[in-house]
Design a protein around this ligand. Structure first.
Ligand code: DX5
Ligand code: ZN
Length: 218
């Protein structure tokens, strides 16, 4: 049985009470930080100065998800600003292997992300370059969207290939993860579960994190 990590997304936090909302997720394993640029996705969130402060203040490791154009140019700044892991998208990156190696040289983990219409198979030959692969289970851009169960086959094919190659690459899913969908993604082979609205929208944040974890570990 794989050990599951829960990564609450602060996209659903109160941006006027970020420190309070970071403290509120102490029961989780990572904090997921969504960076959007109004170009790669039709939404705009936070940039380097805010991410830098979150990395300084957070007691949990930081999982920075870049939904931006030209991460080849911008991702190293997030590593410089203290991100423990930086995720960049297949649909935006020109030289993913070069970028992953650059991040590793800076002591930062590298994660490659695919959107719902993008196949995971093109990554198979470069899997060993990454610490984690992110399978989006919604179209990126917004919290609170409906989970796409048509992505479960992709998660399973990726997990099988990781096993076949004998790697310990983590498989992250992002979008529509809740206590209801957590068992599905975990059974398909995901071991890092991002959850925004299911955590911050819940009346009790600790209880929400625990119930996603327990649902995934069943
Ligand atoms: C969506 C972001 C997600 C988002 C998930 O583009 O990448 O991290 O916060 O939110 P939920 O869990 O509400 O679908
Ligand atoms: Zn995300």
């Amino acid at each position: 049985c794989m050990s599951i990590s829960i990564a609450p997304s602060i996209l659903s936090a109160d941006f006027c009470n970020l420190e309070r909302d970071l403290d509120a997720i102490h029961a989780a394993d990572l904090v997921h930080i969504d960076v959007m640029d109004h170009h790669f996705v039709p939404n705009l969130t936070i940039g380097e100065p805010v991410v830098k402060r979150i990395c300084e203040v957070s007691k949990l490791p930081t999982d920075v998800h870049l939904m931006i154009d030209d991460p080849d140019r911008w991702a190293p700044q997030f590593a410089q600003n203290g991100a423990d892991s930086v995720t960049f998208h297949m649909g935006a990156t020109h030289a993913p292997v070069r970028l992953a190696r650059q991040l590793h040289d800076m002591g930062t983990k590298a994660c490659f992300a695919v959107r719902p219409a993008e196949p995971v198979e093109p990554i198979f030959d470069i899997l060993s370059e990454f610490d984690m692969i992110l399978i989006m289970t919604v179209e990126p851009g917004f919290g609170g969207q409906k989970f796409l169960d048509n992505q479960l086959g992709k998660v399973r094919r990726l997990r099988d290939e990781i096993t076949r190659q004998g790697l310990n690459t983590r498989v992250e899913v992002d979008g529509g993860v809740s206590p209801k969908t957590a068992p599905l993604v975990a059974a398909a082979g995901a071991d890092v579960l991002v959850a925004g609205s299911a955590v911050y929208g819940a009346p009790d944040i600790t209880e929400a994190i625990t119930s996603i974890r327990e649902a995934a570990e069943k």
